[in-house]
Design a protein around this ligand. Structure first.
Ligand code: ADP
Ligand code: TRP
Length: 333
């Protein structure tokens, strides 16, 4: 991946949970840690605006997601870390790209289609609850990506179509105005585990079965004690490979600890004890980040300083390309 530009956006949604951390944040931090690429990670706050229209919530969620990434080890000296709304070039490019994007392409975007299908089932107008921010979401995402000549875009599976749309839009522009934008590729980590929630289904805000990342130690313990288990008796041997507790344990423990717990499962361990072991490793891993998170949230000016510096770097990178684009469309001589 040498010299590649790697870019990803983080949408401020709800409280970050263990599933988000293991499935998205940890792998993204690993990619960002690779020394031979330029990484740009940003808080996609204006993407959130199509659904979060409460002032305080919008503000708090943006800070919270920034604090989460910083607390978990994102190093702003190595990664250009910024807030989307601090980079006006993105929105200027977004308009230019919108003028080269057919409405039909947006009609086919799956997020929009899913809402239309849902509305149809409910027997209401197909566009109920759809604002133009949601409808044109993929164009803004294309601007986010193309403005930095991104080579690689790490995303979850649900975002693949959006990266493909960004490629389509780049191709449309290049066809009309000559080669200008690089065509980005997505990176999807197929090997990442799907982390189960308290009830055994995929951990998700939508299912209300999450273990939020920065709970107090006491709450973390309580939540872990709620993980669903079967009725095997305490002394009976248990299969580590089918145990959700074990799956989570593996994500936080050292190889030696994993082997030790595996042996205990095979010789018989009570679920209570297994949960206790899980709590110990998760709590130990999150203790430092939790403290850092609350320190940052107590002083959002610190977050502002980091994000402003990131925006300064991002704008310095974006300026020349936007200028080139404007010259291509005839805005300059
Ligand atoms: P949620 O399902 O809680 O709404 P999001 O859809 O906002 O979570 O997901 C944000 C990121 O976290 C995505 O990249 C997604 O793939 C990842 N993710 C969410 N839940 C899990 C999970 N249970 N296991 C692994 N990765 C997950
Ligand atoms: N749409 C992404 C999500 O919902 C967030 C996002 C916005 C993004 N712009 C991006 C991701 C650019 C990658 C690249 O998770």
């Amino acid at each position: 991946m040498s010299n590649d530009i790697v870019l990803t956006g983080i949408k401020p949604t709800g409280k970050v949970h263990l599933g988000n951390y293991i499935g998205a944040i940890k792998p993204a931090l690993q990619i960002a840690g690779a020394s031979d690429c330029t990484s740009l990670y940003f808080i996609a706050d204006y993407h959130g605006l199509n659904s979060i229209q409460n002032r305080d919530e919008f503000r708090d969620l943006s800070y919270s997601i920034a604090a989460t990434w910083l607390a978990l080890g994102l190093n702003p000296d190595r990664v250009i870390f910024y807030r989307q709304s601090d980079v006006p070039e993105i929105f200027e490019l977004c308009w230019i790209l919108a003028c080269l994007t057919s409405k039909g392409l947006m009609n086919r975007a799956h997020v929009y289609k899913a809402i239309q299908d849902q509305n149809e089932q409910l027997g209401v107008d197909a566009d109920t609850g759809v604002n133009m921010g949601l409808f044109t979401y993929p164009i803004l995402m294309a601007a986010d990506i193309l403005l930095f000549q991104s080579d690689k875009v790490p995303v979850g599976k649900d975002q693949i179509q959006h990266v493909e749309i960004a490629r389509d839009i780049a191709e449309s522009f290049n066809r009309v105005y000559g080669d200008t934008f690089k065509l980005p590729d997505y990176i999807v980590d197929e090997s990442t585990a799907v982390i189960p929630g308290l009830d055994g289904r995929k951990m998700s805000k939508s299912y209300n079965n999450t273990i939020p990342l920065f709970e107090t130690a006491e709450n973390l313990k309580k939540l872990i004690s709620k993980i669903k288990t079967d009725s095997t008796l305490p002394q009976e041997p248990k299969d580590p490979e089918t145990s959700n507790i074990f799956l989570l344990y593996k994500e936080f423990a050292t190889p030696t600890q994993v082997q030790e717990l595996r042996d205990k499962y095979l010789s018989g361990i009570s679920w209570g004890e297994a949960k206790h072991e899980l709590f110990q490793v998760v709590n130990a891993a999150l203790e430092e980040p939790r403290k850092k998170y609350y320190d940052l949230m107590a002083e959002p000016e610190q977050i502002d300083t980091i994000l402003s510096e990131g925006a300064r770097k991002a704008r310095a990178l974006a300026g020349p390309l936007l200028k080139k684009v404007k010259s291509r469309i005839g805005r300059y001589a």
